[in-house]
Design a protein around this ligand. Structure first.
Ligand SMILES: *[C@@H]1O[C@H](CO)[C@@H](O)[C@H](O)[C@H]1NC(C)=O
Ligand SMILES: *[C@@H]1O[C@H](CO)[C@@H](O)[C@H](O)[C@H]1NC(C)=O
Ligand SMILES: *[C@@H]1O[C@H](CO)[C@@H](O)[C@H](O)[C@H]1NC(C)=O
Ligand SMILES: *[C@@H]1O[C@H](CO)[C@@H](O)[C@H](O)[C@H]1NC(C)=O
Ligand SMILES: *[C@@H]1O[C@H](CO)[C@@H](O)[C@H](O)[C@H]1NC(C)=O
Length: 951
């Protein structure tokens, strides 16, 4: 009997032994270690890569990820890499010392999803076997020295989302399918074709594009492409960024390019395009347009010069334009830079009396302009050198001389502190004035939507987004600093980045690996306005402990011993190991004692037992005092009747907003407890969530998550610099409506907010609306109750008149206030402004028989009046139903949600898409962010990769 069991065990063991021997990832990785130098020192501690080697993640003793960005590795890839058949992620970015070719064995990695080799020293041709990687989602091979053709087999990567081959020395044409040969036209799930900066030649095949594609970024700039732009390009409706500049393209621009209504950035400059200047009337979210230096037919000023209301930048030098510029061009609200030099524009220049307040430079050098209307009062940099106004009249006005080149300098300023002089070399004083060794590199933004590089708010928005991303991935980053923005020759915006460690003066190795990966893998997504980017990191020279130096042959003792020892002994070992593992597991699962978060609950004064809370933390006064810098003035972000709101940050870096009741407006302990219990039960993505509370030393504070983009009110008033177009407003309306619907229908007991207003709707970094401030909220308590009678509270202008008169509060009171919010969303006016009430004003201006109900005058101009405001009328209808006199005639919040969803569908938007956009604080885009809504992209920052961050 006993022998029988042992026999079975032996057979099992032998099977196990063989299967591990066949997939001996450890051997392969040790072989790679032998040919690489500067591998992490802890690779020498132990011969098993799955025992915690830095940069290596395993699952069931199989290596599943290798992420070694910025380690200073040198050496080459050998066939051993092809043995790691369960590998999913390979990131060797920013190791310039990795050279040689990408060996064909790479094609064996059938489970690979991410292949990231940015800015290494690889060369040689790309192997055809790449096409075997059918699970690949993300491939970045940019900034190496690859030569030869793009392998047609890449067309077989049917899950590919991101294809970046830019900045190599690739030649030949762009492969398309034909018969049984695959091609890039088959990549219908790919969103990014980044091929710029190569030597690709031949025509762009007509077959490359089709209506099934979902491309958003098409970057072919700076190659040697010839022939015409294929008309099939107009079929790819998902496109947002097109760069075909710096090629040898000829012929007419296909007229259906005007169908690409989602394009934000278009660069066709420096080609040899002919025929008429293209009609771009349909591109009504276009931010950045460069058609310069083509040989179009001489043409009058196109009509779309004054209708493309989202333009920040218009560049059309050397494009044979003739005639007088319309003043309307200059009143486009976000316009920053106009370059129409070397044309034949004539007549009198009129920039209008109210030109865009962002307008910085207008370059009209070498045209035929004879006069300038605002000659004595203008505040932009205007260049009229080489026009009759300067050449024929001897004028000495400033606009008749070339401006001296001013480069905009920017450096993230210190955050309310004095920079510290740092003693050791390599240390830098961070924006928080702490000397530390930063991780540095350059961000390359391939198609930014703006041209004003001097506006610090754009860099702030980039920093915020980056810090949020690092926090989400739990990377040990204290702060980041941006500096020296410049445009390079390829028209990329290059920004220097320094990332500072938290809690220590230097990063450890896992920290660097995590940050490098977050940037090489595009886990960090910048705000929409920055467009596609790539990052090039430098080696981090400040790690403690020497590198392995490579070449140390690690012993294979384990294996040798293993094969030499007899079966019975191994079985015994196996059993022992099993018992040991079981014990260890038991230990790990033993609950670790934590101090009760409710220990600080003040049980005196009849406040009862500690609150029953899920995921809500009790903070001591001392803690919050520390997190807010002693509740300093500079941390205060708002005050109201109840007290002050402070911004703070938890030791883990999470930003918090602390609402501190002032003396005299605290409530009874029992009420406070009830409130926290209520708030901590409420969890919805459109509601600001409670992180914790403080009921200590006579203080009452509520601690919320901090929402970076401020209130909807701030955005509508222009204070926040976030431009809300129609799409975004619809998404905000929907998000806020869903938050309220949750409170009314799904919270148990139901909650009436009582103070719905644009000041209480916040926008997160992805512009997702979050309803805040339940300070006045009332719970209906018993589910059968339909109203509560209560003292009237709320905000003038938003308050339900019925509630005001009867003091009976129902959900419909929130619906009324929400109706006012909807009206505010389209007009950007305060509910009561100069004694006028928004509801009455709108009803008076309205004429249902006319287009847009004749509301042009009252609509907010920045909503983008010339873009189609699809569904606006129905939006007004639902808003007006919300503000009906009596509650019974108003819809419920759930009706409102359904109606807004159907308006969005009508407007061609997906109401279920995650967010309005990635955080785009500045010159904002029309609709979706390039990276949102990408369900195909299987990873988000939170999941990646499981072991990069020390636990
Ligand atoms: C790797 O691929 C094989 C075959 O496709 C599959 O069975 C296996 O589950 C994959 N492994 C992982 C970790 O996904
Ligand atoms: C697009 O996809 C549909 C459905 O898969 C297919 O029938 C059609 O042929 C495809 N069109 C093109 C141009 O590939
Ligand atoms: C696209 O443009 C072409 C030519 O400009 C036009 O005939 C066609 O109807 C447009 N297609 C769509 C779907 O808008
Ligand atoms: C205009 O484009 C041609 C290539 O088509 C290029 O050689 C030339 O340098 C460009 N000129 C300017 C002023 O950019
Ligand atoms: C340009 O395109 C628009 C449609 O987007 C059309 O209404 C207009 O007539 C076109 N203009 C010219 C001059 O073809």
């Amino acid at each position: 009997m006993g022998t029988r069991i042992l026999q079975v065990l032996l057979i099992l063991f032998i099977q196990l032994w063989f299967s591990t021997a066949q997939n001996d990832d450890a051997t392969s990785l040790r072989a790679l270690k032998d040919v690489w130098e500067n591998t992490p020192p802890n690779w020498d501690d132990n011969s098993d890569p799955c025992s915690g080697w830095d940069g290596i993640t395993c699952k069931n003793s199989r290596v599943t990820s290798i992420t070694l960005a910025s380690m200073g590795l040198t050496g080459s890839l050998t066939g051993d890499i092809g043995q790691l058949s369960e590998l999913q992620i390979l990131d060797l970015s920013y190791n310039k010392g990795l050279t040689g070719s990408l060996i064909p064995a790479i094609g064996n990695l059938k489970n690979l999803t991410n292949l990231i080799l940015v800015n290494c020293g690889f060369s040689g041709p790309l192997p055809d076997t790449l096409g075997n990687l059918e699970n690949l989602i993300f491939m970045s091979l940019n900034s190496n020295g690859f030569i030869g053709r793009i392998p047609p087999s890449i067309g077989n990567m049917k899950n590919l989302y991101w294809l970046d081959l830019a900045d190599n020395r690739l030649t030949g044409g762009i492969p398309v399918s034909s018969g049984s040969t695959p091609g890039l036209d088959m990549l219908i799930h790919t969103k990014h074709f980044h091929f710029g900066g190569n030597m690709l030649s031949g025509t762009i095949p007509q077959r490359l594009f089709n209506s099934n594609m979902t491309l958003i970024h098409l970057l072919f700039e700076n190659n040697q492409l010839t022939g015409t732009i294929p008309s099939t390009l107009g079929l790819v409706k998902s496109l947002e960024v097109i760069r075909l500049d710096k090629n040898f393209l000829t012929g007419n621009v296909p007229s259906n390019i005007n169908n690409l209504t989602g394009v934000f950035e278009m660069f066709l400059a420096n080609n040899q395009l002919t025929g008429p200047v293209p009609n771009l009337t349909g591109l009504n979210v276009l931010n950045y347009l460069d058609l310069s230096n083509n040989t179009f037919d001489p043409s009058g000023v196109p009509s779309w010069f004054s209708t493309l209301q989202s333009l920040t930048t218009l560049k059309m030098y050397r494009t044979s334009l003739v005639g007088q510029l319309p003043a309307a061009l200059f009143s486009i609200p976000q316009l920053q830079n106009v370059d129409l030099s070397y044309n034949r524009l004539n007549g009198t220049l009129d920039i209008g009396s109210s030109h865009s307040n962002q307008l910085q430079q207008v370059n009209l050098q070498s045209n035929e302009i004879g006069d300038f209307r605002q000659r004595n009062q203008y505040n932009i940099e205007l260049i009229l050198v080489g026009n009759p106004i300067c050449t024929e009249t001897g004028t000495t006005d400033k606009f008749c001389s070339l401006p001296t080149n001013t480069t905009s300098t920017y450096l993230t300023p210190p955050n309310n502190c004095l920079p510290t002089p740092c003693s050791s070399s390599g240390q830098v004083s961070s924006p928080n004035c702490i000397c530390a060794y930063p991780y540095t590199g350059n961000l390359f933004l391939r198609a930014p939507s703006f041209s004003d590089l001097g506006n610090s708010s754009i860099y702030e928005s980039l920093r915020n987004a980056m810090m949020n991303s690092f926090r989400r991935s739990q990377l040990p980053v204290d702060t980041v600093s941006l500096s020296n923005p410049t445009k390079n020759l390829d028209d990329y915006l290059v920004i220097n980045l320094q990332v500072f460690p938290s809690g220590d003066e230097r990063f450890n190795r896992t920290g660097i690996l995590g940050i490098g990966f977050s940037l090489s893998n595009q886990t960090f997504k910048p705000p929409a306005a920055f467009g596609p980017y790539f990052f090039i990191g430098e080696n981090y020279d400040f790690l403690l402990g020497a590198s392995s130096g490579g070449g140390h042959k690690s012993s294979n003792t384990g294996i040798i011993v293993g094969s030499a020892v007899g079966g019975w002994v191994l079985v015994a070992l196996l059993v022992l190991t099993g018992i040991y593992a079981f014990r260890q597991k038991g230990r790990a699962e033993k609950p670790t004692h934590e101090s009760s978060p409710f220990a600080l609950w003040d049980t005196t004064g009849g406040s009862g037992a500690v609150p029953q809370l899920k995921g809500t933390k009790a903070f001591s006064f001392e803690e919050l005092n520390k997190y807010t810098n002693n509740f300093s003035e500079s941390n205060s972000i708002g005050t109201g009747g109840y007290g002050t709101v402070y911004r703070g940050s938890l030791p883990n870096g999470q930003l918090i907003a602390i609402k501190r009741a002032k003396q005299g407006s605290t409530q009874g302990g029992l009420e406070f407890k009830t409130e926290i219990e209520l708030l901590s039960r409420v969890h919805h993505k459109n509601l600001v969530s409670l992180v914790g509370f403080c009921f200590d030393q006579g203080e009452q504070m509520l601690v919320y998550e901090f929402i970076v983009n401020g209130t909807v009110k701030d955005s509508l008033s222009g204070r926040s610099g976030i431009r809300l177009d129609w799409t975004r407003r619809l998404r905000i309306a929907l998000g806020a409506a869903k938050g309220l619907q949750y409170l009314h229908d799904l919270a148990d007991p139901p909650i009436i907010h009582r103070d719905v207003k644009t000041n209480n709707i916040l926008l997160d970094e992805r512009l997702v609306a979050k309803v805040a401030d339940f300070g006045l909220s009332k719970s209906l308590g018993d589910a059968n109750r339909t109203h509560v009678t209560t003292q009237v509270k709320g905000t003038m202008g938003y308050m339900d008149p019925e509630y005001y008169m009867t003091q009976q509060l129902t959900e419909k009171s929130d619906v009324y206030s929400f109706g006012v919010v909807l009206l505010e969303l389209i007009t950007a006016r305060n509910p009561i402004e100069k004694g006028k009430y928004i509801v009455r004003e709108l009803k008076q201006a309205m004429d249902k028989s006319k287009e847009l109900y004749n509301l042009h005058e009252v609509l907010d101009p920045t909503i983008g009046l010339t873009t189609q405001l699809k569904g606006l009328e129905r939006f007004v209808d639902v808003a007006l139903r919300c503000v009906e006199e009596t509650g019974d005639r108003r819809p419920t919040m759930s009706d409102v949600v359904k109606e807004i969803e159907s308006i969005m569908e009508l407007a061609g938007l997906n109401p279920n898409a995650e967010s309005a956009s990635n955080s785009a604080d500045y010159p904002s885009k029309g609709s979706e962010h390039p990276y949102t809504n990408d369900n195909l992209f299987a990873y988000s920052g939170d999941q990646f990769p499981p072991r990069l961050v020390p636990k």
